[in-house]
Every structure is written in C-alpha cells, then in structure tokens.
Design a protein around this ligand. Structure first.
Ligand SMILES: [Zn+2]
Length: 304
C-alpha cells in the first residue's frame, strides 16, 4: 500500500496538549481535549489495521481537509484501489449506544452528532469534486467504530457502519476484491492531495491562557507529564517509564512554547524560565543553536 499522506497530530491537539497539565482546564475544555486525543488515537489504530490488512496495491491518504465551493469536509482516511475509492469516518466511541434509524444516543439518552451525517457530508463534497474533474470511479463510504468496547443497539443496523467485531472481515474482503492498480488511481491520489487545505488558525480555538498561570517545567514527550527525572544526558519519565535523550525533552518544551507563543521571540533566557530552571541555559542555547536559526546579536539574540 502506498501511503501518500501520513497522519499527524493537528496543531489544535498539540496546543491543547501543551496546555494540559500546565493549567487547570475547565471541564468542557478538558473533555474537548480528551475527545481530540481519543479521536487521534483511534485514527492511528485504524491506520495500522488497514496497512496490515491491505497487501494489494492501493493509495492511502490520511486526514484530508477539503473545501469545495465553500463547503468543507475533514476526511479521516481515503483508500483508492483500482476498483473503488473508499472514504472512512473513524470513530473511537466506547460504551453502549443506540441507533434509532436517525439518531445516535448513549443509553442515558444523550444524542451525539450523527457520524452518518458526517460521512454523507464528506461523500457529497468528494463526489462533487470527482464530477468536476470528470473522474469516474465508484465511491463507497464507511463509518468505522474502532474501539472494541463499543456496542451499538439497533433494530436496523446501518450497512455503512463497521462495528469493531466486523472490521477485520471487512478489511480482508476489501483486500481480496482489489484489482491491480492503474496509473489513473495513482494520479487521482496525488490530485486529491493537492486539494488538501491548511488547518484553520488553531490558537483561537484554544481556551484562554496567561503566561504567569502556566506551570513551567520539562514534560515527558510520550505521556505529557511533568513527572520526569533529568540528568546531564537523559530524561526519564516516572509515569510511563520512557527514557529519552535530554535534547529531545528540550525540543519538546521548545515546541510547546512555540505553539502557545508563536509571535514571541525565542530567547535562551525565556526558555530557561519556561523549563522551570530545570535545564541549564548552556544546554538550552546549545539545542537552539543546533535546531533553530540564530537571529540578531548579543542582547537582541533570538531563534526562529
Ligand atoms: Zn512519560
């Protein structure tokens, strides 16, 4: 399988991650963060599953943001085979839900945005685009519920929802049905990629934050906790037990600073305070020298 666009964390998720543990988030912001995070994790699991399952030639695009004729759609994944273009809406729901034929609700009656509506929106926009391009390929869309703990109660199971227990069989079937790839499918993949839109500015979507209120220090890049032991060379996390080179932990801290303060000039001194004084200025300036561009002289020196 040819992956022409790999999945990356959105800037919004990275920004929320940078705030998480640095500031007490309001319950609504905290649950928004959790939903972004679990959505991303579910999509990564789907990527791995589909890559393992499809051994015939196919083009895979993860996370495509389309904006056609003023309408936009965020498509979690697209798989183009010689015979079909599949659109996937991946959901990491867990627990028990019921589907009335129209609405999805949890057992307490709380109605969620219908994933089928989201899928249909993506399909409409994509079909429109293919029509504009005069490309004729069957298009099929599925909502994939990836979390094994998800159960859906319904009298009328919608055929375009793949439940966790059906996913392996579905992927196997899709693999066995795919035919040898044509160049037009490859070209279509590349063409779709050129339509990918930049993310909307994410800073405005973050909850408000003040520099003085944010907890300073070095976090573990793997689990986003401050619970780390730093030595001259390494950063060891007491929560997830991951050990990495100190430079990687410094780069992670710099990255978070840049996300939250994109307009501030980065100086060794400011980053020293940002890392809670836990890393020497010498190490910070060394890392900056290696990975960023030096601008200005002596007092005015900063990095971009
Ligand atoms: Zn950790």
């Amino acid at each position: 399988m040819n992956v022409i666009k790999e999945r990356e964390k959105s800037s919004l998720l990275r920004g929320m991650e940078a705030l998480h543990n640095r500031v007490e988030l309001l319950p609504k912001d905290d649950s928004y963060y959790s939903s972004l995070k679990s959505g991303y994790e579910g999509e990564k699991i789907f990527d791995r599953k589909i890559m393992d399952a499809i051994n015939n030639e196919a083009v895979y695009i993860s996370d495509l943001l389309l904006n056609i004729n003023g309408k936009s759609a965020q498509i979690d994944a697209i798989l183009i085979t010689a015979s079909c273009l599949y659109v996937f809406e991946v959901k990491n729901y867990y627990g028990e839900y019921k589907f009335s034929g129209v609405e999805f609700a949890n057992l307490n009656g709380y109605v969620i945005v219908s994933p089928l509506d989201q899928l249909n929106r993506s399909l409409t926009i994509l079909t429109q685009l293919l029509k504009q391009w005069n490309v004729q390929i069957p298009v099929d869309g599925k909502v994939v519920c990836i979390n094994p703990s998800f159960t859906l109660f319904t009298e009328d199971p919608p055929e375009n929802i793949i439940l966790p227990t059906q996913l392996d069989t579905f992927l196997k079937k899709m693999n066995s049905q795919s035919k040898p790839m044509t160049s037009s499918s490859r070209i279509l993949g590349k063409r779709l990629l050129t339509m990918n839109q930049q993310e909307v500015p994410f800073q405005k979507q973050l909850p408000p934050y003040e520099y003085v209120q944010l907890r300073k220090g070095v976090k573990c890049p793997q689990c986003n906790n401050f619970n780390v032991v730093l030595t001259q060379r390494s950063c060891r996390c007491l929560t997830c037990k991951k050990q990495i080179a100190i430079q990687l932990a410094i780069l992670y801290a710099i990255d978070e600073y840049k996300l939250l303060y994109p307009r501030k000039k980065m100086t060794t001194r400011d980053l020293f305070y940002w890392m809670g004084g836990e890393v020497s200025k010498y190490k910070i300036s060394n890392t900056l020298e290696t990975h960023y561009k030096k601008v200005g002289r002596s007092k005015d020196r900063h990095y971009e």
